[in-house]
Write a protein that binds this ligand. Structure first.
Ligand code: NAP
Length: 284
């Protein structure tokens, strides 16, 4: 039997945060406290949990977490105004608008209101385009986390066939582009894809970004494939049928403690990167 590798996201995130500690301390000594502003619109319990987790992770590292909670009835105009106020605030280095926003809000317009220098989750069209070209300062955090896990475990990407299931602008599309930029051959699948199991059976690397619990079946996975599960569904389950996929995969991320913690660590890293840039510009 081939040896299985469980890709431990908590370990990857722990090492990333350890490195960030020293950078946060150096910034503090020079008079800058990195600050991430998170905006939550409405009262979706899952979104509230995500925002709270991000705030706690910031505080544990000495990063200020400024939380803006707007009520459910907030208009697109009021939301973009709140974002512009944060753009203009020199004490804020990163802005994260928690997705999804209530349906009446034009989410794209809200994302576009975020200044590129504070777009630490790569949600703006410009941030997305920079990522596509391969020079984004802040690529979308979950895709960047997936690449960081592959790199941490020295899993080769070049020349491999990666099949990404999902094409959302924050996950499936950017991770497809990042894998392509690293010389993988990429197939991006979605709800209209024909013969998804057949395509997955050709994959060396599988990225699950579907938003449907235990959707990817074990017999869709080729023996020895690497499986990265970005999914996070109610009941702490991912988008892959973990036990069945583990039986076929050579390496797999668990849920929880896989992609999730690295996504948060990536957000912290991008916030510290942005704070360092702001401090360097102010010192000029
Ligand atoms: P999303 O915007 O709902 O996109 C889901 C994608 O899956 C869509 O492109 C959709 O295709 C595709 N899809 C749906 N049903 C399918 C099917 N039967 N066959 C093939 N493709 C199908 O979701 P998202 O925001 O990208 O999130 C995806 C998952 O990642 C969720 O579980 C979410 O909770 C998780 N997530 C995790 C993190 C983290 O930090 N770990 C961060 C963000 C999201 P169409 O485009 O055709 O509709």
């Amino acid at each position: 039997m081939t040896e299985k590798m469980i890709l431990d996201g908590s370990r990857v995130a722990g090492e990333m945060k350890e490195t960030l500690k020293g950078r946060v301390e150096a910034l503090a000594a020079a008079g800058t406290t990195p600050c991430l502003a998170t905006i939550l619109v409405g009262d979706d319990p899952a979104s509230e949990t995500y925002v709270r987790m991000k705030g706690n992770a910031c505080r544990r590292l000495g990063i200020e977490s400024r939380r803006i909670h707007l009520d459910r009835g907030t208009t697109t105009g009021q939301l973009t105004e709140a974002i512009r106020t944060l753009n203009d605030d020199p004490l804020v280095h990163g802005i994260l608008l928690q997705h999804p926003v209530p349906r009446h809000i034009d989410e794209r317009a809200a994302f576009e209101a975020i200044a590129i220098g504070k777009d630490v989750d790569g949600v703006t069209a410009l941030g997305f385009a920079q990522n596509a070209f391969g020079f984004a300062a802040y690529p979308s955090c979950t895709p960047a986390a997936i690449l960081a896990i592959l790199d941490y475990y020295r899993i080769p990407i070049e020349g491999k066939h990666a099949v990404v299931v999902g094409r959302s602008p924050i996950l499936g599309k950017p991770v497809s582009l990042m894998l392509l930029n690293r010389n993988a051959t990429v197939t991006t699948c979605h709800s209209k894809t024909s013969d998804l199991p057949g395509l997955l059976r050709q994959a060396d690397i599988v990225v699950a970004a579907v938003g449907r619990p235990r959707f990817i079946q074990g017999d869709w996975i080729r023996e020895g494939a690497v499986v990265l599960d970005a999914g996070y569904n109610e009941g702490n389950v991912g988008d892959v049928d973990y036990d069945a996929c583990l039986a076929r995969a050579s390496a797999i991320t668990p849920v929880p403690a896989g992609v999730g913690p690295v996504t948060i660590a990536m957000l912290l890293k991008h916030t510290v990167d942005a704070a360092e840039k702001a401090a360097a510009t102010a010192g000029r």
